[in-house]
Design a protein around this ligand. Structure first.
Ligand SMILES: Cc1ncc(COP(=O)(O)O)c(C=O)c1O
Length: 398
């Protein structure tokens, strides 16, 4: 299996955002999907659905037969097994994407002109949610620090976090694991954020889409699993999409123990969001039921890629601070010490023919940074490193 993850599967010409955006000679290590095949169980289930030959509407929101009830039960058991978190089947709201989920949360819980709190640098659509809902955005940046190994590590300044809350603050969008910093927040950090939000009556929407992509010894803790009062104050968003590499199928779910909020979410979505698509159901069920062995192998591969990349940057670009992601498959590099003639995104695209994400899309705190997706076969990762090294050497040589 590990060897098969080394295999480069051509993706150009497959309508892939990652591979078909840039010219052929560019190596794309940007948007967050993986260059690995999904679990065989997922592909088999999809084949079976396609073989049937009719791809009609899936069953409506309020009917609960067959697959949908089975999936709810699977998720209830999954939360109990992984996090000792007791949820009820009816707490789950299926949605066609996590971005849809936090935008709906903003529409449902924040009235026009109220404030939404975010922690940049952060996944760009989280930054846009406030204005989409007619809310004001309040940034409370994570604090970049260097640890003893010289690695970049982001932390929360709790005094600043609390001071950023005003009487109009209605919602905090937490991103945990945090994209792009790769932080997996600790129990202590989550407890402090949750306590401050409860005290100031700020609702939490927790984007946990990367929650299954965690490297030992770190552990994902859904903030809502901390205690029932916090669960009542939280909308948790999860999905099989990053975990099992099926993001194009647009399947996700919210866990909303607060009944009134569940009703508001459903009202906010009326007529505006589509149903979860038919193949998304099929894939999600197969992935959660039969995908765990595949996931363990992919996680090992990702961890080895992470270690390789971090080591490589420390050896070859010793003045470039890089994170050591605790989760996700995204590294975050501070390229400002390279003193490049343009943004690092533009420089590496032009001179190395490697496409990363431009850090400034993640907020002004990300200016001079790049986000590096390392969920690819090792040979591609090595190729990207060589290209980056060569571009930096050429620049230094003038
Ligand atoms: C933190 C985070 N949330 C949400 C998404 C996208 O979610 P979806 O495709 O389900 O809308 C991503 C994708 O990269 C992400 O990193």
């Amino acid at each position: 299996m590990t060897n098969s993850l080394d295999q480069i599967i051509p993706r150009r010409g497959t309508n892939s955002l990652k591979w078909d955006t840039y010219p052929e000679d560019v190596l794309p290590l940007w948007v967050a999907d993986m260059d690995f095949r999904s679990p065989q169980a997922v592909l088999d289930a999809l084949h079976q659905a396609i073989e049937h030959g009719i791809l009609g509407y899936p069953i409506g929101l309020h009917n609960e037969p067959g697959q949908r009830a089975e999936l709810r039960q699977l998720l209830v058991e999954r939360m109990a097994r992984l996090y000792h978190w007791e949820i009820r089947p009816q707490d789950i709201v299926f949605l066609p994407g996590v971005v849809v989920g936090f935008n709906l949360a903003a529409h449902a819980l924040g009235e026009t002109g109220s404030t939404l709190l975010v922690q940049p640098p952060v996944y760009p659509p989280i930054l846009q949610a406030a204005s989409n809902a007619g809310m004001k955005r309040q940034d409370v940046p994570l604090e970049p620090r260097r640890n003893q190994q010289g690695l970049l590590h982001y932390e929360i300044d709790f005094d600043r976090f609390e001071q950023a809350i005003n009487p109009d603050t209605r919602l905090f969008i937490l991103c945990n694991p945090h994209n792009p910093s790769g932080r997996v927040f600790t129990r202590h950090e989550l407890e402090r954020m949750a306590e401050i939000c409860l005290r100031h009556r700020v609702a939490i929407c927790s984007d946990e889409i990367h929650g299954d992509l965690i490297f030992s010894p770190h552990q994902h803790i859904p903030i809502a699993s901390l205690d029932p009062e916090i669960a009542h104050n939280t909308i948790t968003l999860m999905a099989p999409s990053k975990t099992y590499n099926i993001p194009g199928l647009q399947f996700s779910f919210a866990i909303v123990p607060n009944e009134e909020w569940r009703r508001r979410l459903e009202t906010a979505s009326q007529g505006l969001t589509s149903w979860v698509n038919t193949l998304g159901w099929v894939a999600a069920l197969a992935a959660y039921r039969d995908g765990s062995e595949w996931l363990q192998e992919v996680l090992q591969y990702l961890q080895a890629n992470r270690d390789f990349l971090v080591q490589w940057v420390q050896n070859h670009l010793p003045n470039v601070p890089i994170t050591n992601p605790e989760g996700t498959y995204l590294a975050w590099l501070d390229c400002r010490p390279l003193d490049l003639p343009s943004s690092p995104y533009t420089f590496f695209l032009k001179e190395a023919r490697v496409a990363f994400n431009d850090g400034k899309a993640f907020g002004k705190e990300g200016e001079g940074f790049i986000r590096w997706n390392f969920a690819c076969p090792r040979p591609l990762l090595e190729q990207a490193c060589e290209r980056v090294a060569q571009a930096v050497t050429m620049k230094a040589a003038g």
